[in-house]
Design a protein around this ligand. Structure first.
Ligand code: FES
Length: 104
């Protein structure tokens, strides 16, 4: 299945993804820059992405933990998610996310 990723600079990547992998892991493993400092433990919010509106309804809702971490992220929007908290699965084939900018 494919994960479509846009970087904060506007570069697009179509990445091959496997079921059960975290969106953050797919991005990182293909070498697309994403900070993801805590390695997927929902403890850093540096894996912040914006999910394309068309896909929002297909994702499970944010957990309380994710909500709390997102509160600390930069430029949070309605479609903000932590990419380490989204697992790839068949019906997410084609999912499109944009990596959120980090404060400079
Ligand atoms: S990688 Fe740290 S919260 Fe996702």
């Amino acid at each position: 299945m494919i994960l479509n990723v846009t970087t904060p600079d506007g570069e697009s990547h179509a990445l091959e993804a496997l079921e059960g992998w975290r969106v953050m892991e797919v991005i990182r493993d293909w070498g697309v820059p994403i900070l993801a400092e805590c390695g997927g433990a929902c403890a850093c919010a540096t894996c912040h992405v914006y999910v394309d509106e068309a896909w929002l309804d297909r994702l499970p809702p944010r957990s309380e933990e994710e909500e709390e971490k997102l509160d600390e992220a930069f430029d949070v929007r309605d479609n903000s998610r932590l990419s380490c908290q989204i697992l790839m699965r068949d019906d997410l084939d084609g999912l499109h996310v944009t990596i959120a900018p980090l404060p400079r």
